[in-house]
Write a protein that binds this ligand. Structure first.
Ligand code: GTP
Ligand code: MG
Length: 154
């Protein structure tokens, strides 16, 4: 089934939100297939946000992600409709527009410090997973023991 790239940004890590965010995806029934913590290089951050390179906030965005004041936590989550559901769980880009209960609404009030990233389409998910977890063996294929209690046959 489908996979998405989720990244807890340095503000989310510094503020101690890693456990809660992972819990939300776990408890929903999604499956963690890769995770690592790292300070991204400028090159990696610029590639990740390449679509935004002409925007006025681009440099600040790359500085924020790569500052090294805290790492990011990069993850791949798998399961039914996880790309779209991940975006719903995260909430609107501007936390002031994010629905109550979403991650961004619950934990943030600034578009420039909005805690978390999630892929926005199947194509970007594939691209971002390849960019952040490109080495062979980085993605695990496994089935939780309780899988039949999460997913019915159809
Ligand atoms: P991501 O999941 O991080 O990709 O966010 P998004 O898909 O909801 O929004 P988008 O891809 O358009 O923007 C990427 C990131 O750039 C956002 O999450 C913000 O951190 C930042 N960003 C977007 N718009 C603004 C802005 O107007 N000002 C500032 N300071 N940052 C912005
Ligand atoms: Mg985006």
């Amino acid at each position: 089934s489908e996979r998405t790239f989720i990244m807890i940004k340095p503000d989310g890590v510094t503020r101690g939100l890693v456990g809660d965010i992972i819990s939300r995806f776990e408890k929903r029934g999604y499956k963690l297939v890769a995770i690592k913590s790292l300070v991204p290089s400028r090159q990696l951050a610029e590639q990740h946000y390449a679509d935004l390179s002409t925007r006025p906030f681009f440099k600040g965005l790359v500085n924020y992600i790569t500052s090294g004041k805290a790492p990011v936590v990069a993850m791949v989550w798998e399961g039914k409709d996880v790309i779209r559901q991940g975006r719903i769980m995260i909430g609107a880009t501007n936390p002031l527009d994010a629905a109550p209960g979403t991650i961004r609404n619950t934990y943030s009030i600034s578009i420039g410090r909005n805690i978390i990233h999630g892929s926005d389409s199947f194509d970007t998910a594939e691209q971002e997973i390849g960019l952040w977890f490109g080495k062979p063996g980085e993605l695990a294929s496994w089935e939780p023991a309780n899988w039949n209690w999460i997913m019915a046959e159809n």
